[in-house]
Structures are given as structure tokens and as C-alpha cells.
Write a protein that binds this ligand. Structure first.
Ligand SMILES: Nc1nc2c(c(=O)[nH]1)N[C@H]1C(S)=C(S)[C@@H](COP(=O)(O)O)O[C@H]1N2
Ligand SMILES: [Mo]
Length: 323
């Protein structure tokens, strides 16, 4: 049983090298054996994550150096065990513990609305739609922490161009899975489910806006938003919707889950901005996950999370008003 594949992890056989092969069989067996002797509680949780990593399927991707930061990467362990994914609970450790119930195959994404060619795409089609790139992005959570993650995916624009947006397409709405049978967090009314996010059309078409299917060279762990999610690195992390099932191009600014829950705290734009504080805390600095400790230095948060190339999207806009 130990060597059984993650049943959700079947990607394109040609593009996959089992970790067992590239890591060396002996190390793989040692890792799996360590998992086997694991007990319960916190050990079980940590080892479920380790086992998931050991059995995850590789995704071949070419590094996009121009769009990647060379900063030290957050460890896979931190990136996959300190998560916000409220459908699986509100504590940072809940998603890694609970998201194994998420069924990521079969999976389709429907793209509709102000488009000439609405379509429902299977996840296998999505994986092949454009060459997979590795992009190392900073992700800044609105709560004041950040990570550096090597994502695998391609620009969202590749997907949107497929459906031929009409002239009325001004915004894009992203709806994510909300299934009570798979997602224990839906029992809590902490948000008005489903989790919905949105971007302006020009933001969605910006090359930096990433449709991610993997991270650290392998398919996305469930808790990171498998099988397909958004990563919008110049905006606070909550804009990067996980486990997307529907994309709708619309003429009006869509409602979003976080804006609905607290409009004075979470604006539609939510660009990372050290000069606009959250009503309950400063956004001037951030804590880089993995650097925690007594002598941890606080990092200065950068405008647009350091992604200055998006500044032209907001020319003439008062970013204090449109926060
Ligand atoms: N569907 C859904 N997507 C979501 C969230 C969520 O609760 N549900 N949390 C968001 C928040 S607040 C952050 S910071 C990022 C975290 O992504 P990560 O866990 O991959 O680092 O996911 C975002 N996407
Ligand atoms: Mo977040």
C-alpha cells in the first residue's frame, strides 16, 4: 500500500517522473518507511504531508527566469502546511490535515459569459493548453506574512484568449469548488460560499497573472488549491483563488467573497500596498515564513509586492480609494 500512487495524481504519463525514480529508490523507501512507523496526532499530520510529497507526481516545466525572483525559496514543508484554505478550516494547519478529502479528478473548469466560445475544459486539456513554466513568485498574505514559492503553470491569458472575449468583457469572476461532502469548512459561515474572486480584464490578461497547476516541480497539493488555481503575485494572497471550477467574463465588477464579508477591510483591488493599512493592522512590513524566531527581521513590504511592471495598470487611480 505504501507505494500506491495518489489516485488523484495521474497527469500526462510522458511528462512525469515518479519521485521514486528521480530521487533514488533507496531514499524513497526510507522516506516511505518513516511514514509507516508514524503514530498519531501531529506525527500523523506531518507524515501525511511527507507521504503526499513523496508520492506526488512530477510536472515538467521550464523556468521563466525573467518573471522569477532569485530570493531564497520557502521550504515545501512550510508552503504546504501553513495555509489559508477556509473550505478546510480556518487554522493554518487545518488544510494540510483535512484537504485529503478533496477529489481533484475528474475536474472541469467552465469558462463562459462575455465570450464568443464558451467552453468546459477538462483538467487534462488545461494542463496541455500552453507550455508549463516554473515561476518563483513572492506571495504576500493580507495577514502580514509572505512566502517565496516556485509555481508551475502558465499565464492566465492563454486560457482567456481561447474563449475569445467580447468587447463587453471588462472583469473576470473566478468561482471555486464548494462541496460540503468534500469540504468540512463549509459548515462554518465564515464566508458566503462559494469563495469567489475577481480581477479587472487587463489585470487578468497581464502576463504575471498565473494559472497554477503545480508547485516545487510537482502537482499542487490539495491544500494549495489543486488541481488549478490563480496566483496573482502583486495582490494580497486571498485574490489567488484555489480549486477553480468556473471562470465568467462579465461587464460589471463582480462581487467577491472577502469584500462581501468585510468591505472596509478587503477591497476589490487589494494590491499589495505598504502605504494603505488594513483597518486593524499595518501593512508596512511582513514576516517571511521560515525566518521565524526571536531574532527574526521584519521585511519591508514593497508596493505591488515588488512587481513594479503592473504599475501602469493603475495609472491615474487613487489606490487609497481603490484599495
Ligand atoms: N478557495 C479558496 N482560495 C483561497 C483561500 C481560501 O480560503 N479559499 N485563501 C486565500 C488566501 S487568504 C491566501 S493567503 C492564499 C494562500 O495560498 P497558499 O496556501 O497556497 O500559500 O490562498 C488564497 N486562496
Ligand atoms: Mo491570505
Amino acid at each position: 500500500m505504501l507505494f500506491k500512487r495518489n489516485p488523484d495524481g495521474i497527469i500526462l504519463p510522458s511528462e512525469i517522473t515518479p519521485r521514486e525514480v528521480y530521487e533514488g529508490r533507496r531514499q524513497f523507501i526510507a522516506r516511505a518507511a518513516a511514514t509507516a512507523v508514524a503514530g498519531s496526532g501531529i506525527w500523523e499530520m506531518a507524515n501525511r504531508e511527507a507521504f503526499a510529497q513523496a508520492t506526488a507526481q512530477r510536472l515538467a516545466a521550464t523556468r521563466n527566469a525573467a518573471l522569477s525572483t532569485t530570493e531564497a525559496q520557502t521550504s515545501f514543508k512550510d508552503a504546504s502546511s501553513y495555509n489559508n484554505y477556509y473550505e478546510f478550516g480556518t487554522d493554518k494547519g487545518d488544510p494540510v490535515e483535512n484537504a485529503h478529502t478533496l477529489k481533484t479528478r475528474p475536474w472541469t473548469v467552465t469558462i463562459e459569459g462575455e465570450v464568443k466560445k464558451p467552453v468546459t475544459l477538462d483538467i487534462d486539456r488545461i494542463l496541455k493548453l500552453a507550455p508549463l513554466e516554473e515561476r518563483v513568485y513572492r506571495l504576500r498574505c493580507v495577514e502580514g506574512w509572505s512566502m517565496v514559492i516556485p509555481w508551475v503553470g502558465y499565464s492566465l491569458s492563454n486560457l482567456l484568449k481561447q474563449v475569445e472575449p467580447t468587447g463587453n468583457a471588462k472583469y473576470v469572476e473566478f468561482t471555486t469548488l464548494a462541496d460540503r461532502r468534500q469540504m468540512p469548512g463549509l459548515r462554518s459561515p465564515v464566508l458566503d460560499w462559494p469563495y469567489v474572486e475577481g480581477l479587472r480584464m487587463d489585470e487578468a490578461m497581464h502576463p504575471l497573472a498565473l494559472l497554477a497547476v503545480g508547485m516545487y516541480g510537482q502537482v499542487l497539493p490539495n491544500q494549495n488549491g489543486a488541481p488549478v488555481r490563480l496566483v496573482v503575485p502583486w495582490k494580497y494572497g486571498f485574490k489567488s483563488a484555489k480549486s477553480i471550477v468556473r471562470i465568467r467574463l462579465v461587464s460589471r465588477q463582480p462581487r467577491t467573497a472577502w469584500n462581501d464579508s468585510a468591505p472596509n477591510e478587503y477591497g476589490f483591488y487589494s494590491n499589495v500596498n505598504p502605504n494603505v493599512d488594513h483597518p486593524r493592522w499595518s501593512q508596512a512590513t511582513e514576516r517571511r515564513i521560515g525566518e521565524d524566531g526571536f531574532f527574526q527581521r521584519k521585511r519591508k513590504t514593497l508596493m505591488f509586492n515588488g512587481y513594479d511592471q503592473v504599475a501602469s495598470l493603475y495609472g491615474g487611480m487613487d489606490l487609497k480609494k481603490f484599495f
